[in-house]
Design a protein around this ligand. Structure first.
Ligand code: PRP
Ligand code: URA
Length: 209
């Protein structure tokens, strides 16, 4: 069974509350999502391995930790996942970025894939899939399916807000993928929106409504 890490840090919680407010502007929404992604990135990378490197400081030689691995791939689920990429890139400027385009069919709520582009050799990298919303979980689970079909094995998922239904589906279909979230909300409504949630993340980021 995968682990669910709820990153309930006070700074993250405060920023998320501002994002939930219906009167928060797109400009502020994007800025807060960026900031939270950076803060969450700190935790999602906590288990990255280091190895000792011998270096010379201005004073003496010494052994100090450096990252063992530098091949990381951030994979936003389009569209809303794009809003979480730059925060992680600030922490890991050497990371690669792959894209998966998925939208939920308005009637069935089932995800439909329309784009898949990964960096060369992605199967050998540590992958962080990002999407602000984990609602039914269908989009994230399908995204991970597509990555696994490409041979990827080291995958973790980062969401801002999750519904219990989405977590359950991910754990059922991908028990090897740990989930990092800022908050787990109460439920889904009849339109499969997260309650209380923050509305449609893509529309709020890109001002499409
Ligand atoms: C939203 C969100 C997730 C998905 C979550 O995207 O960004 O990708 O819904 O829902 P699920 O867990 O029930 O699959 P949407 O399909 O609205 O596409 P968009 O980002 O292009 O607006
Ligand atoms: N997608 C969103 O953007 N918000 C939700 O609450 C559910 C799916």
């Amino acid at each position: 069974m995968s682990e669910v890490h709820v990153l309930d840090h006070p700074l993250i919680a405060d920023k998320l509350t501002h994002m939930r407010r219906a009167d928060t502007t797109s400009q502020d929404f994007r800025m807060l999502l960026h900031e939270i992604s950076l803060l969450m990135g700190f935790e999602i990378t906590r288990d990255f391995e280091t190895v000792p490197a011998t270096i010379e400081t201005p004073i003496c030689m010494g052994n100090f930790p450096v990252l063992k691995e530098h091949f990381f791939t951030i994979v936003p689920i389009l569209r809303a996942g794009i809003g979480m990429v730059d925060g992680l890139l600030e922490l890991m400027p050497y990371a690669h970025v792959g894209h998966i385009g998925l939208f939920r069919d308005e009637k069935t709520k089932e995800p439909v894939e329309y784009y898949f582009k990964m960096p060369k050799g992605v199967e050998n990298s540590i992958i962080i899939v990002v999407d602000p919303m984990l609602a039914t979980g269908g989009s994230a689970a399908d995204a991970v399916d597509s990555l696994k079909k490409r041979g990827c094995t080291n995958i973790r998922l980062m969401n801002l807000v999750a519904a219990p239904e989405g977590i359950a589906l991910m754990q059922e279909r991908h028990p090897d993928v740990d989930i990092y979230v800022a908050a787990v909300d109460e439920k889904l409504n009849k339109d499969a929106y997260i309650v209380p949630g923050l509305g449609d993340a893509g529309d709020r980021i890109f001002r499409t409504k």
